[in-house]
Design a protein around this ligand. Structure first.
Ligand code: ADP
Length: 491
């Protein structure tokens, strides 16, 4: 069978625009698929905030006006350029994408992405390219399968194209009043039944809402999540975010495929932000040099014998930071441990970490900011990285940590469970440490176990660091699984 033609649809893509892990996947997976001969094209909005260097490279493909029913006619422009064998399309409209950040507020965002989803389908015949598969990502692309099977039902595109949707995080679903979604999208009545886009939460059963992600799940031919464990978890009420029923109903078309990371972007051997580049062969010296440099930069006691524990995260309640707050003092009380945080988010969590640094000056550093440069330096300097998430669809932090020889300490949930094999001291296997129940003392136990190995069995630790660095978490393996999925969809 000829390699399938696949269109990726999503709201962000590295290196053009990134707010989270979704962008990493939208950036790296197409490159890996193209390397295997798949014809992959990617379409994202042309946000005004895209860096000028990319805008300068774009060429105009087409433009037209599109009827948006209740909100009138709107301009659709398509710009393009190729990079690394992937064709990128940028969908242009000043009203929706010409101002602010990619995400501003839920009210405007819903309208913005309803427009985007319809415009993607309207643009394809004008571009003159028919994909075999449209691969949608997260709620922002959730209405693509719904449009395809309703308003675009009687088109060649609908007849010749299958749809997959990947859930990167079920917490975000794109919900608004049904009446509004119907008016803006023009999608017919029957698609808003309660077993389709119609939605009422357990907390508010009388609301007459509509849900973009739910629509995508119902109308797509396949649903994927970014780890096998998460695919199972979201069928339970604990992780199902009020959609567990619909997940169970559609379980037969669901598959979990764990994310990889881009091995060119995340590479301690070539990372230009590091004081000392290293590979698994000289990792012990490499990390010691980077540790000293980071300690100096952050005003921590300069001592390579201290164990440095890092944490890089959005500061939200998903990430298990309340557990860290509870045990932070106990973590550093031994005088041999330093804690380095990098993150932005909820102000109460930001203040909690500012306060921790203030109380433990020289031992704790909290960088309340978003910085790719500092994150590289922390991954390279840290001996261990904390990822104690409440839930974690896949998680990239632990994968990047292992690539840089920082051993992850994780909660056994979602992709953390699937990617971090815990240390087994009897068989000398594993690549990190883990705990199961969402409990701060279990987190502290896992940290203390890691410390014991670090301080008393250094040879085992060092061997484990090399083992973690040489595990293959690149996209090679997972891209193959997506190819299998696409082929199975085309029969
Ligand atoms: P999520 O997508 O839920 O935020 P992931 O673990 O999938 O979590 O991806 C997080 C990505 O964002 C990782 O590449 C991580 O290094 C990066 N990151 C998170 N916070 C920051 C920050 N403050 N500065 C730089 N990079 C960050």
């Amino acid at each position: 069978m000829a390699a399938p033609k696949v269109l990726f649809v999503g709201s962000e893509c590295y290196p053009f625009i990134k707010t989270g892990g979704l962008a990493d996947v939208m950036g790296a997976l197409p490159k890996a698929l193209v390397a295997d001969g798949v014809d992959v094209r990617v379409i994202i909005p042309k946000y005004n905030v895209l860096p000028q260097e990319y805008k300068d490279r774009m060429t105009h493909v087409c433009d037209f006006w599109m009827d948006m029913g209740g909100i009138g006619n709107h301009f659709v422009g398509v710009e393009t350029f190729d990079q690394d064998g992937v064709t990128y399309y940028f969908l242009d409209n000043e009203d929706f994408f010409g101002w602010g950040a990619p995400y501003t507020n839920m009210y405007d965002d819903i309208e913005k992405f309803i427009f985007f989803d319809k415009a993607v389908l309207a643009a394809l015949p004008v571009i003159g390219w028919t994909p075999d598969i449209i691969h949608c990502h997260d709620w922002q692309a959730g209405l693509v399968p719904v449009f395809l099977r309703t308003l675009f039902y009687d088109t060649d595109l609908s007849r010749n194209t299958k749809c997959a949707i990947t859930i990167h995080n079920l917490r975000f679903q794109g919900i608004c009043e049904r009446e509004r979604m119907q008016r803006v999208s023009g999608i017919p009545d029957e698609a808003f039944a309660l077993d389709k886009c119609g939605y009422s939460s357990a907390a508010n059963a009388y609301r007459n809402d509509a849900n973009m992600l739910k629509g995508g799940i119902v109308y797509a031919d396949r649903v994927t999540t970014v780890s096998e464990t998460y695919a199972g978890e979201i069928q339970t009420s604990e992780y199902g975010e009020d959609l567990d029923g619909i997940m169970r109903y559609h379980a037969s078309k669901m598959v979990g495929i764990v994310n990889g990371i881009d091995y060119e972007v995340n590479n301690p051997k070539t990372d230009k932000h590091l004081t000392y580049n290293y590979s698994s062969r000289n990792v012990i010296k490499g990390k010691a040099e980077n540790k000293l440099a980071l300690q100096r930069e952050l005003g921590l006691a300069e001592d390579p014998s201290k164990m440095v524990i890092g944490l890089i995260s959005r500061l939200t309640n998903q990430k298990g930071l309340d557990l860290v707050g509870t045990i932070a003092e106990d973590m550093v009380v031994d005088g041999n441990t330093q804690f380095v945080l990098l993150g932005t988010g909820d102000s109460d969590l930001e203040n909690m970490f500012r306060n921790l640094e203030w109380r433990h000056h020289g031992t704790v550093s909290s960088s309340i900011m978003y910085s790719g440069e500092r994150s590289s330096k922390i991954y390279a300097a840290a001996d261990a990285m904390l990822v104690p998430s409440r839930f974690e669809p896949c998680g990239l932090t632990q994968l990047i940590a292992m690539r840089y020889g920082a051993l992850p300490i994780v909660r056994e949930t979602g992709g953390l469970r699937d990617t971090v094999e815990p240390y087994n001291e009897y068989e000398e296997t594993g690549v990190g440490f883990s705990f199961n129940r969402y409990d701060s003392w279990l987190l502290l136990n896992a940290i203390n176990y890691a410390k014991t190995v670090y301080f008393t069995r250094r040879h085992s630790w060092d061997v484990m660091v090399r083992r973690a660095m040489t595990r293959d978490f690149s996209w090679n393996v997972s891209a193959k699984r997506y190819e299998e999925l696409y082929c199975s969809m085309l029969g």
